[in-house]
Design a protein around this ligand. Structure first.
Ligand SMILES: Cc1cc2nc3c(=O)[nH]c(=O)nc-3n(C[C@H](O)[C@H](O)[C@H](O)COP(=O)(O)O)c2cc1C
Length: 201
């Protein structure tokens, strides 16, 4: 499957085959692709909870207001972010680069995030968005389907995954085998309603 087909055929699946399992190798392969998603200053601030245990997936479904995808999907990935990643030994994000580049990045990170909780939060959401789409397109290429989800009670899910202080949950992505295809697309807006040349009119 090429990238265009993966983009066109990815849909938010509602009914997954509960008997389908992913092998540990498949899950590792998928997560190795996920961490190639871009992050600002390569700060790699996402943290992924991966769940295949039925008991945990059931709890996640309950936190997701009883939506079926987490319990029936093969793999639930809760995409979280560490809002302190910018200051946690940032040289390691550029360990292949010269020392001057490492120092430059450390300073830039300090400037952007130290005084702004909004920037710290935004960065998690951006990074997790890219990672989520990477996961969903890679899943297609692996012959699998997915559903991005934000319909959950935040505090309940935080409790299930034991969310650490200074981490936030962005969304989850369920991966598995579709039992039923998604319904018809809701209806995409016309291109000229969302795309503007050079500036808004
Ligand atoms: C941030 C986000 C949260 C979503 N939350 C849910 C959800 O909780 N449950 C669900 O069934 N679908 C959820 N969806 C899927 C959307 O409803 C779906 O992507 C949209 O209707 C477009 O359909 P498509 O992805 O099949 O093209 C979510 C999608 C996004 C991007």
């Amino acid at each position: 499957m090429d990238t265009f087909d993966a983009i066109k055929t990815r849909r938010a699946i509602k009914k997954f085959d509960p008997s389908h399992k992913m092998s540990p190798e498949e899950i590792k392969f998928l997560m190795e692709l996920a961490i190639l998603a871009p992050t600002s200053y390569n700060q790699q601030n996402w943290r992924f909870i991966i769940a295949t245990d039925q008991d945990v997936k059931d709890k996640i479904s309950k936190a997701a207001r009883d939506q079926a995808q987490p319990k029936d999907g093969s793999l639930v990935i809760v995409l979280c972010g560490d809002t302190n990643a910018w200051k946690t030994n940032p040289n390691r994000y550029w360990r292949n680069a010269p020392k001057e580049r490492q120092e430059q990045v450390t300073k830039a990170l300090e400037k952007k995030y130290s005084g702004s909780s909004e920037n710290r939060r935004d960065e998690v959401m951006k990074s997790c968005g890219f990672a989520a789409q990477t996961i969903m397109l890679a899943a297609k290429q692996m012959g699998l389907d997915s559903c991005p989800m934000r319909g959950f009670d935040y505090d309940d899910l935080a409790k299930v995954i034991n969310l650490p202080q200074d981490h936030i949950i962005a969304m989850m992505v369920v991966v598995g085998k579709a039992l039923e295809p998604a319904g018809p697309r809701g209806g995409q807006l016309a291109l000229d309603e969302v795309v503007f040349e050079n500036k808004f009119s």
